[in-house]
Design a protein around this ligand. Structure first.
Ligand SMILES: *Cc1c(COP(=O)(O)O)cnc(C)c1O
Length: 401
């Protein structure tokens, strides 16, 4: 069976890739963009760029409408009650740094921030640095045998001293959904704030954030088939109102004098300076594009890719998967072979995979590995991509072993 993607032709990058004999299997690092997103970027800029919220002229109004329209689309996509719960940032990383600064005054020395052992550096380092600044305890939830956050241990470790829980929805290394509902409930019971890193999770299916009940949720546009340079911080209104301002400048201020100022509430109060207007509009277009796809067909395609990826990898002797991925993303190591040598030989055959520590150094260290190779697919990926990858992997392993 060929397992072709009905949406492949929507992505112009694949024409370029096939001309240069490239197979792109690194979608969890950044996804390719559909023509609809490129068109939206071109439409906005070719129609006349203007700054948002400031200008009283027609181009400014047009830009503001499109920019705020994108915010409303994101709110609807996440089932947020109001567009004012959506703050634009440069990406998930910036959203998490915004939180670590914006919440700093919430903490008293000796209180705890709880994260997990599988966090991406973006959901580790801002909290680690905050803990150092405020003399807090950073608690790291261990993983169970499946590689998921261990709920029994979490029950023990999340305590009355816990002021904040920050965990990933879907691991970018292990490809597994984390048990968010019980974790968030444990944190809420202790009166702690909750942050969900949705950078990977947002890509796979629709999530109802009002139902999920976290205080904050962050993601980047570029992994969700949108442009780079744009990200989102979603917050419950009450949680957003607790944030202190962190970057200062134009547009975030309500009233300024030489020696004092009053700042706006979210979202604009957290968007100092000129925002990423075109890329926000591009992210809105990505959501429109995804909304237009047949959700059942998409889920079936992802499931078929997932099954074929895992079955194919399991045919290789000495290849060890890191856990049991639940999406079309797999990390692996091969006995006696260094991951960097492997990815190099794959790259020489035109196969783009990720090798190394996947921005999760402590996790790989805990697994006792210097690194791993990661293959991650997108909605445009096809069976042929996998066949080319398996053939190249076979050849590389023949050379290396
Ligand atoms: C990619 C990623 C991030 C960081 O996203 P940026 O777009 O690089 O800011 C954070 N968490 C996870 C799980 C990721 O996969």
């Amino acid at each position: 069976m060929s397992l072709s993607s009905p949406w492949r032709a929507d992505f112009p990058a694949f024409a370029a890739f096939s001309e240069s004999c490239q197979t792109y299997l690194d979608s969890a690092a950044t996804a390719q963009k559909p023509q609809a997103v490129l068109d939206a970027l071109l439409d906005y800029y070719a129609g006349g760029a203007a700054n948002v919220h400031r200008a009283q002229h027609a181009p400014g109004e047009r830009a503001t409408l499109a920019f705020e329209g994108a915010r409303a689309k994101i709110a609807a996509w996440l089932n947020a009650e109001s567009a004012s719960q959506i703050v634009f940032t440069r990406g998930a990383t910036e959203s998490l740094n915004l939180l670590a600064y914006g919440l700093e005054v919430e903490f008293r020395p000796g209180e705890q921030i709880v994260i997990s052992a599988l966090e991406h550096h973006a959901n580790l380092l801002p909290w680690q640095q905050l803990a150092q600044r405020r003399n807090l305890e950073l608690v790291v939830l261990p993983l169970d045998a499946a590689g998921d956050i261990d709920l029994e241990q979490a029950e023990r470790l999340i305590s009355p001293r816990t002021r904040l829980l920050a965990v990933s929805q879907l691991s970018n290394v292990l490809g597994r959904w984390q048990p968010l509902a019980p974790l968030l409930a444990m944190a809420r019971t202790q009166g702690a704030l909750t942050v969900v890193d949705g950078a990977q999770g947002v890509v796979h299916g629709r999530h109802d954030l009002d139902a999920l009940g976290c205080d904050f949720y962050v993601f980047s546009g570029h992994k969700l088939y949108g442009p780079d340079g744009i990200g989102v911080l979603y917050g419950r209104s009450e949680a957003l109102s607790r944030l202190h301002h962190w970057q200062f400048g134009g547009e975030m201020v309500a009233q300024a004098d030489y020696h004092s100022a009053r700042f706006r509430p979210a979202p604009l109060g957290f968007e100092a300076g000129t925002p990423a207007i075109g890329t926000a509009i591009g992210l809105g277009a990505a959501l429109d594009y995804l909304d237009g796809l047949d959700g059942d067909a998409l889920a079936a395609h992802e499931a078929a890719l997932h099954a074929r990826l895992l079955a194919g990898l399991r045919r290789f002797d000495g290849l060890h998967l890191l856990g049991e991925p639940q999406i079309a993303l797999a990390s692996f190591v091969v006995e006696g072979v260094h991951n960097a040598d492997l990815s190099h030989l794959l790259s020489e055959q035109g196969i783009a995979v990720r090798a190394g520590q996947h921005c999760a150094m402590p996790l790989l260290r805990r697994l006792g590995l210097p690194g791993a190779v990661r293959v991650s697919l997108g909605l445009y990926s096809e069976g042929d991509d996998l066949e080319r990858f398996f053939a190249a992997l076979n050849y590389a392993l023949e050379l290396l072993r």
